[in-house]
Design a protein around this ligand. Structure first.
Ligand code: SAM
Ligand code: SF4
Length: 335
């Protein structure tokens, strides 16, 4: 029998999101500051340590692994890690190996990802306008990402687009983005901007565009059918009857999704965050490094951490300030 990880609220933890690097080739305004200081290399888990860590979770019943970052595809040697993880797909222990990427390196890696057993990728894309793309990502180039998406589709990967909903920025592209995705049979998920990191000059309350608004606007143009499926996370889905497309809404701030939460997040330094919206974390790197020959202390630390998973998060925009804000950047916990 699989020794499942069950938290104090009887939720089975079957989904692990792993940030494999804090570095990125973009500097999205809602995610990073322009001048980021990155972690010293020695603090990062090596690819071998990441493998051991993920394998331990899979041994404990984790069935879905999402690789994220920072930008996961800028981590040197990351394809070796994907290839190595594919053994868990072959054994049947892992049901899905997937990643969230900004798409900049997909043209290079799409075929290798497919060969490693990846079948779906989430690509973050907030706008189809070159100038706006350059503004929101600071360092990114739209055409490179569009080329990456095409390469991914040609390699046989199913692509889902994730767009952060930003008031006054991509509101006018709601229908354009929807139709562009529909043309290539891609689903689209809108994410409400979250109060992560230091607010700096970016006024996130001002940028807040509730996805309930997006839903209302879409229903003026399409027939929306609610889909019952849930992935245990904050996303809810509708189908647009006219295009057959699935549209997701991630509403971490306005909806309580926590009761069905099935996930935990591992940072690239081996900290396990039991909840995206809480500061509490467990250091798993120490039991991993201190005991190179046995996983028993690591497994015990994982069990202890899951035993502290909180009931829910504390994000709240209702008082017009970013309450419940946590100080780390999204690139740290991987979104
Ligand atoms: N670099 C990859 C990418 O951009 O897809 C993976 C890491 S990124 C941190 C994961 C997701 O988090 C992206 O879809 C990004 O748009 C989203 N994200 C980053 N900061 C956010 C914020 N403050 N609020 C909401 N979503 C955010
Ligand atoms: Fe990089 Fe992704 Fe953060 Fe943008 S959202 S800065 S691409 S990690």
């Amino acid at each position: 029998m699989t020794p499942h990880l069950i938290d104090p609220f009887a939720r089975a933890i079957t989904y692990l999101r792993v940030s494999v690097t804090d570095r990125c080739d973009f500097r999205c305004v809602y995610c990073m500051s322009e001048n980021m200081t990155f972690l010293p290399k020695k603090d990062l888990l090596t690819l071998e340590e990441l493998d051991r860590m993920c394998s331990a979770f899979i041994g404990l019943g984790v069935e879905k692994l999402r690789i994220t970052g920072g930008e996961p595809l800028v981590r040197k040697g990351i394809m070796a890690f994907f290839r190595s993880m594919s053994r868990h797909l072959d054994s049947g222990a892992l049901k899905e190996l997937t990643l969230t990427t900004n798409g900049s390196q997909l043209a290079r890696f799409a075929a290798d990802l497919y060969a490693a057993g990846v079948r779906r990728v989430n690509v973050s894309l907030d706008t189809l306008d070159d100038d706006k793309f350059a503004r929101v990502t600071r360092w990114g180039r739209l055409q490179q990402v569009l080329g990456g998406i095409e390469a991914a589709r040609n390699a046989g990967l199913r692509v889902k687009i994730n767009a952060v909903a930003l008031k006054g920025f991509n509101e006018d592209e709601l229908l354009t983005l929807t139709e562009w995705c529909a043309r290539d049979d891609m689903d689209l998920t809108w994410i409400e901007v979250m109060p992560m990191g230091d607010l700096g000059n970016e006024d996130r309350v001002g940028q807040y565009w509730p996805v309930s608004d997006i839903r209302a606007q879409l229903s003026g143009r399409y027939t929306l059918t609610d889909l019952p499926e849930s992935t245990g996370g904050p996303a809810r889905y509708v189908r647009l009857e006219e295009s057959g497309q699935k549209i997701g809404f991630i509403t971490p701030l306005t909806h309580n999704f926590c009761e069905s939460c099935n996930r935990v997040r591992l940072t690239c330094t081996g900290e396990l965050y039991m909840c995206l919206g809480q500061e509490d974390q467990a250091d798993l790197r120490k039991p991993l490094r201190d005991f190179p020959d046995t996983d028993a202390p690591l497994v015990s630390a994982i069990h202890k951490a899951i035993g502290r998973k909180p009931k829910g998060h504390d994000f709240d925009y209702s008082r017009q300030k970013a309450d419940g804000q946590v100080s780390r950047h999204m690139s740290h916990t991987g979104g």
